[in-house]
Design a protein around this ligand. Structure first.
Ligand SMILES: *[C@@H]1O[C@H](CO)[C@@H](O)[C@H](O)[C@H]1NC(C)=O
Ligand SMILES: *[C@@H]1O[C@H](CO)[C@@H](O)[C@H](O)[C@H]1NC(C)=O
Ligand SMILES: *[C@@H]1O[C@H](CO)[C@@H](O)[C@H](O)[C@H]1NC(C)=O
Length: 231
């Protein structure tokens, strides 16, 4: 004889299944889902919201869903011998509300994409040229790393400190995709030693367990200021 489950229990079971399916989705969400087909960013708007307001859809053209900045040769290389060309919502307004963006990173031999985080995104990179050592550190200070060559993919979980070092003899180039229209970029060394105004020496001296002269020595390496453009 089969045992009938009382309706009260069925509701509880359905509720449990629903919550176990939906709650992880909510807690893992990075950028919110779009509420319409598209919302091309109106970067000129003076309205301040989370993201950007939509350009009038009558004014939207195919050009809004197109970006060719990666065809340009990399311009300036910074003090780390790396050039990053960003294609996030600020350069590519069609990405607004779609939860995606991409960077092209070119490194000279020995160039370093220095330890940094993207506070709002996971990263999936594909190496196009060269040989890189890429690594990241967990919240428990475990270091995972890999040597990558052309065609390899490497994934970095959201918000964790990571870097890429060119260990080849030629330029290296990779494309990093993000699950955010605006992943954000915070370089650990410049955030701590090149902030405006500067962080107190007492803080850095204690944090790094070195005296004030060493803090000043590290600070001096970053002048003049670089990379103040993120938001
Ligand atoms: C913002 O304004 C400039 C100058 O008026 C114009 O060239 C540009 O297309 C505008 N951008 C958008 C996204 O509407
Ligand atoms: C890297 O090169 C691009 C041109 O592709 C340029 O727009 C960008 O400003 C350069 N990045 C840096 C950090 O200089
Ligand atoms: C700071 O520490 C360095 C390295 O330990 C040492 O050589 C230097 O003399 C110290 N400076 C001062 C002012 O204590």
């Amino acid at each position: 004889m089969t045992k009938h489950i009382p309706p009260y229990n069925i509701n509880r079971i359905l509720c449990f299944i629903y919550l176990s399916l939906v709650l992880p989705l909510l807690s893992n969400a990075v950028d919110p889902s779009p509420l319409q087909d598209f919302c091309v960013a109106d970067l000129n708007s003076t309205i301040n919201i989370n993201g950007f307001p939509c350009k009038n859809s009558f004014d939207v053209t195919s050009e809004d869903f197109f970006y060719d900045g990666f065809k340009e040769r990399p311009g300036e290389f910074n003090i780390f011998d790396v050039n990053v060309t960003q294609a996030d919502v600020r350069q590519f307004p069609g990405l607004n509300t779609l939860g995606l963006s991409m960077n092209r990173v070119v490194l000279k031999p020995g160039g370093l994409n220095p330890p940094h985080v993207h506070p709002r995104a996971s990263e999936l990179s594909r190496v196009a040229d060269g040989k890189l050592l890429a690594g990241w550190v967990t919240t428990g200070n475990v270091f995972y790393w890999k040597i990558l060559t052309s065609g390899d993919l490497f994934v970095i979980p959201p918000g964790l400190v990571h870097f890429q070092l060119n260990i080849g003899e030629k330029r290296a180039r990779f494309f990093a995709s993000f699950n955010s229209q605006n992943p954000g970029l915070q370089i650990v060394s410049t955030a701590l030693f090149n902030s405006t105004p500067p962080i107190l020496d007492e803080v850095l001296s204690k944090a790094f367990q070195v005296n004030h002269s060493i803090v000043e020595l590290i600070r001096s390496g970053f002048a003049p200021a670089l990379l103040k453009s993120s938001y």
